[in-house]
Design a protein around this ligand. Structure first.
Ligand code: HEM
Length: 222
């Protein structure tokens, strides 16, 4: 039964205060391990902060360029085709991963399957997102429209949420393969559910507003 983060890999493990060591293990080796874990955890946090900065920079660039550039009709057509292709790559992958996660929740898949899939599919998700940001800038987003603003906020939130999910996946991968959802620590379970809900809510909102904007644009002929 797993009831704490004790199964987490070194990079994410909470470090025991050295004075509280009770096991027969020699003190220096325990101390060295603790400081190694602390360094690794610091590095992982710094890496996540840098990636969050990169996401915000990419998002800001896309919004600023999109707002200030009026593209020709041909460029708009190509941009929209790339936008739809990127959507299929990125959102399609997310749907499969979340579906496997749901199957694990229902006890029909092993705990490692969603994490392994997520790790293998990272280039598709993030590559697709980069393409969505780049192509979005070339299809004349109307920042005066409230739905478009909501959509863009959702895009930023879903990217930052994607980064926040990474350590949760590491913890799942560090657990025995037969672990059921109910056996995972309550805090981790809650964080997984929140991350999954935010991910699905933001993706679907962005997709539906995108489709709505496109349909309205075609209907009104703008
Ligand atoms: C997760 C990211 C995103 C998703 C899921 C998404 C989704 C969509 C979808 C489904 C469409 C409708 C495509 C069609 O069938 O015609 C669309 C259109 C559009 N998207 Fe996005 N989008 C994303 C990011 C962005 C960004 C970052 C921008 C701008 C900075 C943007 C600007 C637009 C615009 C302006 C349209 C309307 C294009 C037109 O019809 O002329 N999108 N988006």
């Amino acid at each position: 039964m797993i009831d704490s983060l004790a199964q987490a890999p070194a990079a994410e493990q909470p470090v025991l205060p050295v004075g509280e060591v009770t096991s027969p293990e020699p003190a220096p080796s325990r101390k060295a391990r603790a400081s190694r874990a602390l360094r690794a955890s610091g590095k992982a946090q710094a890496r996540r902060a840098a990636l969050a900065g990169l996401c915000m920079a990419g998002w800001s660039a896309s919004v600023l360029v999109g707002h200030n550039m009026d593209t020709a009709q041909e460029v708009h057509r190509i941009g929209l085709a790339v936008h739809i292709l990127a959507l299929v790559i990125s959102f399609g992958t997310i749907l499969v991963i979340d579906w496997i996660g749901l199957l694990w929740l229902m006890g029909k898949r092993e705990i490692h399957e969603p994490g392994r899939l997520e790790s293998a599919a990272k280039p598709l998700i993030w590559g697709g997102l980069a393409m969505l940001l780049a192509s979005g800038a070339f299809i004349n987003p109307d920042l005066g429209s409230i739905p478009t603003r909501v959509k863009l906020v959702c895009v930023l939130v879903l990217m930052l949420n994607g980064l926040a999910i990474a350590p949760l996946m590491h913890w799942l991968l560090a657990m025995p393969s037969t672990t059921r959802f109910g056996e995972v620590a309550r805090g981790l379970r809650a964080r997984l559910m929140v991350a999954l809900t935010v991910s699905q809510a933001c993706w679907w909102t962005a997709v539906l507003i995108g489709l709505l904007n496109s349909t309205l644009r075609r209907w009104t002929g703008n």
